[in-house]
Design a protein around this ligand. Sequence first.
Ligand SMILES: Cc1cc2nc3c(=O)[nH]c(=O)nc-3n(C[C@H](O)[C@H](O)[C@H](O)COP(=O)(O)OP(=O)(O)OC[C@H]3O[C@@H](n4cnc5c(N)ncnc54)[C@H](O)[C@@H]3O)c2cc1C
Length: 487
Amino acid sequence: MKSFEKPLVRLRGGDSPASCHTHFYSPAPPITHWPPEVAETPEVVVVGAGLSGLTAAYRLRDRQVRVLEAGEAPGGVCLAGEYQGIRYPAGSAYFYYPSTPAWQAWYQELGLDLKDAALAAPTSALFYKGRWFPDCFSQNGLRTLPLAPRELEGLAGFAGDLAALEDQFDLLGAQELPHPEWDAISLAHYLEQVRGFSPEVTRIFTPYCRSCLGGGPEAVSALAAIYFLLSEISPTAASAAFPEGNARLVQALLAALPRPPRVQQTVVQVKPGPDSVQLLVWDRATGDYYRLAAGAVILAVGKFISRRLLTPECGWDPEVFRAFRYSSYLVAALGGAITLAAPGYENWVVGAENFTDFILRPRSAALEGKRVMVLFAPQPPEGRAALLQVRSEDQGRQVLQDLERLFPGTAREVEEVHLFRFGHAQVVPYPGFLTHLKGRLKPRQGRIILAHSDMEGLPSIESAIFQGEQAARLARGVLEGKFEGGQ
Ligand SMILES: Cc1cc2nc3c(=O)[nH]c(=O)nc-3n(C[C@H](O)[C@H](O)[C@H](O)COP(=O)(O)OP(=O)(O)OC[C@H]3O[C@@H](n4cnc5c(N)ncnc54)[C@H](O)[C@@H]3O)c2cc1C
């Protein structure tokens, strides 16, 4: 039998900080002079080939669009991995089954068959006090948790109240926040001070919050957490996932684009001109810089990048960008003849130190068959440096030790560990952030448009797609001269 000290640990991917760090974080950034010649004049440049940038490019596919991506492949955090022929999500994994005709049309148009993404129940399960609780966050599932009767009664009331809110609670693109008072406090405060639960109830929601929102219940806005939890508690919402996760959405978008994104192209500066936006781009493959002039630019990158590449004359207040905080993330895919039984698609683990949840591919163990266990290990914002500096072997071992403590024997079945690291994985909706965002961040200044999921303050693929769609509409308006003479 293999010792869990020994499996082969390989760093397989994640984001590509090197090209951005060279320009934006080194003590003497090598941003040089702008070449005098313009290399190309596309109608629109989309910066960043994550889900938001690709959605924008797809919606503008009838125009001349150039997509530039700093990394080695498109997709952003929607990555797929493979172990012995088994495809697995190496980053973003699942989505909510589209409930409106407009959202369903988005999937259909792209040829994404939602039947392939249907998940058998239960989609979520919680490992708590040594036992599995299937369907843990549904109204029925919450009742089964081993808590005092008073807490269970409180949870039933909480779930009932949330289910009743569902129709008035779409935060995507909302001009005003429903229940803004919940954004002023953390989920822990809401649960313990407003609803009177004990800290033990807060603990149950900890892995979910850390994984989905980048911070524990004490660090995230109650409004953001309630919005996410609503999809779990609602009797009508359902999650769905393709075997390789949301990388399938990226592939569908790429297939629909007339021109593939150009990879290893880091946009290092953007400045407005009278009739176009000027971009300075670093070609990582050749080491050369070149200049583009576009009718409109969509910045589908995180605000930690936007604030560094936009010159002051672009019009945004840098203070607004500074309010964005990001968590970092390690995803560890463990391959081997893994026999562990876990009931959910997404399995949340209370009490693990180095990970919060996992997905098994395939869900049931085939006799002697290989499987992949994808462990999600979100890190706090201050964990970024450690994430990037700790040796891969040590990161792999930490996760395996935690796994062995909780599920004895499992780590010994692991033969290979694939690690994926994301330095600025997702925006953290800390208390007050959504309120800050709603009031102050203009998505467009002249010909420059901001996209990216972080614009919604909520890390989800729905935020990314929504933002991509909105950016495409704004870019079209710019090209058609609709905003002339005004902002
Ligand atoms: C590990 C993980 C798991 C997740 N799981 C889920 C999930 O199951 N369900 C869900 O709904 N959400 C999930 N999310 C969140 C969701 O997937 C993301 O919010 C969404 O996919 C982000 O898309 P985006 O286009 O906004 O940004 P990104 O994916 O961040 O794309 C931005 C792109 O811009 C590029 N870029 C950056 N700077 C430059 C530059 N200067 N020049 C050119 N290119 C640049 C980057 O390389 C990147 O490719 C997860 C996130 C992570 C990290």
